[in-house]
Design a protein around this ligand. Structure first.
Ligand code: NAD
Ligand code: AKB
Length: 312
């Protein structure tokens, strides 16, 4: 039986992953951990700062945890505003997670990486899985560190750490936590409220993106893949769609023709310019059968339907 802790479980991905895991493994077997208090009832919940190793050990022990989905992190834009916090949470926090994984001989630790692991010298189109990693953000540096530490703990201690390099994740039911791809979530809320959106990236900045159901599918499928099939472990490219803000606006205007957008690039433009436009995900396809279900068209249709219903 699985006993799962989801760190950072109140965040954008956690608030979608937790219901999925609870549906599969039972509510009581999936514990939400986060440094902040929930606004709704998400019990079983523990207030947990991953930098507090003693509390982390106590939670693992008390709840008899065998698997961690480690989602607690500071994302790229927030990380550039406070690199020290990003270093602490993303690197020292992950170190605590790996150490408790080793000490308690946990069965599996899932740690998402990101396209932020790449940098300006990385080939931008159809970016290979195994290529130059020279990120220039503290977030990206922490993601490369995480990929390498995960591999180290696997090879040295047999701790089964796995992860995908997520692109920008787009959801309608949870807001993003301070990244460079956040525009692609915010924009829907403005469009449906009938308000003008001021986009912080240039209109032609192409980035890889993924709809939330595919993001959940990617991480949970990798978690279940037979270990012997995996050549990579912590650093799988996963591609779903690639678009620029103007492409997304054009698609949204098919539903909301008078939607107004202005482009005012800020410090996040430089971050976006250092990331790839699309990814070669053949390793994920070969090693654990990855394939995305949604492209931009089907995603926009689904978001407009669900979000307009939610907003009444
Ligand atoms: P998020 O910012 O929405 O959520 C992170 C959560 O971590 C928040 O609820 C926050 O309160 C919590 N947290 C922060 N510091 C903590 C601490 N010290 N202890 C415990 N909890 C803490 O992030 P997300 O989008 O859900 O991302 C989850 C993971 O996926 C991260 O590793 C992120 O790098 C990765 N990822 C996300 C995206 C994306 O577009 N959302 C893309 C690539 C990779
Ligand atoms: C961010 O923009 O920081 C995240 C990511 C791609 O890792 N969405």
């Amino acid at each position: 039986m699985k006993r799962i802790l989801v760190t950072g479980g109140l965040g954008q991905i956690g608030s979608n992953l937790v219901p999925f895991l609870r549906n599969k493994y039972g509510k009581e077997n999936v514990i939400v951990g986060d440094i902040r208090e929930p606004s709704d009832d998400v019990s079983p919940f523990v207030k947990l700062d991953i930098l507090d190793k003693k509390s982390l050990e106590k939670v693992i022990d008390e709840y008899d945890i065998d698997t961690i989905y480690h989602l607690a992190a500071i994302l790229s834009a927030k990380g550039e505003q406070n690199p020290q916090l990003a270093f602490n949470v993303n690197i020292l926090g992950l170190y605590n997670i790996l150490e408790v994984g080793r000490e308690f001989s946990l069965e599996r630790i899932m740690v998402p990486s990101s396209i932020a692991a790449f940098g300006p010298e990385t080939p931008k189109d159809n970016t290979p899985n195994d290529t130059v990693l020279r990120p220039r953000t503290m977030y990206g540096i922490s993601k490369v560190t995480g990929e390498l530490l995960g591999l180290y703990y696997w090879e040295k201690y047999g701790l089964d750490v796995r992860g995908v390099r997520y692109p920008g994740i787009i959801s309608w039911n949870a807001m993003p936590g301070g990244g460079t791809t956040d525009y692609a979530v915010e924009i829907f809320h403005y469009a449906l409220r009938g308000e003008k959106y001021v986009c912080f990236l240039k209109e032609d900045t192409v980035l890889p993106m993924m709809y939330m159901p595919d993001a959940i599918k990617a991480l949970t499928s990798l978690a279940e893949a037979p270990s012997e099939n995996l050549i990579h472990r912590t650093d799988f490219n996963v591609q779903a769609m690639s678009f620029a803000p103007k492409d997304l606006v054009e698609e949204i205007r098919k539903y909301i023709p008078d939607f107004e957008v202005e482009y005012k690039p800020d410090y996040r433009q430089k971050i976006a310019d250092s990331w790839p436009r699309s990814l070669d995900d053949s390793a994920a396809r070969k090693e654990w059968g990855w394939k995305a279900d949604y492209d931009m068209k089907s995603m926009v249709k689904d978001i407009i339907k669900n979000l307009s219903r939610k907003m009444g």
